[in-house]
Design a protein around this ligand. Structure first.
Ligand code: DQA
Length: 145
């Protein structure tokens, strides 16, 4: 079985660390990647880390994951609330999916309360900051070991 976990990040997450730090904190996406790679290594997994500001590029990466990934962690960012295309792509993926949000979307504007991706996700983590990614990885490595 594949030991690769895909970690997919949607639009504007490339600006983590400088973008609304009062909401998203000061850690960068590179910090998150390094933290996940270390944790994955300790459990015998590897990470394929990806960010795009383009919906179709994320769909293409999910298609790639169909062949290569044991599980997906996805923070679809704003596409969470709009993208049937990402939901449809995830519905073609047969292994576990965890949706992560750095902020607690349920405490924020009402348009952030609905997630298309949650219709497919096996678990959803929101509001734990960047630690949410680690919690998602911990869940997946236990599920898949
Ligand atoms: C986010 C929450 C989304 O509503 C927002 O559009 C983002 C980031 C989060 O990680 O808290 O870009 O997914």
């Amino acid at each position: 079985m594949s030991k690769v976990i895909y970690v997919l990040n949607g639009p504007n997450l490339n600006l983590l660390g400088v973008r609304q730090p009062e909401v998203y904190g000061r850690e960068t996406l590179a910090d998150i990647q390094a933290m996940l790679e270390q944790s994955a290594r300790e459990s015998g997994f590897t990470i394929e880390f990806f960010q795009s500001n383009h919906e179709g590029a994320i769909v293409d990466k999910i298609h790639e994951a169909r062949e290569k990934a044991a599980g997906i962690i996805i923070n679809p960012a704003a596409y969470t609330h709009t993208s049937v295309a990402i939901l449809d792509a995830l519905n073609t993926f047969d292994a576990p999916v965890v949706e992560v949000h750095i902020s607690n979307v349920h405490k924020r504007e009402s348009f952030r309360h609905h997630s298309y991706v949650s219709l497919r996700a096996d678990g959803v983590i929101a509001g734990l900051g960047t630690r949410g990614y680690l919690a998602a990885l911990d869940y997946l490595t236990h599920q898949l070991s």
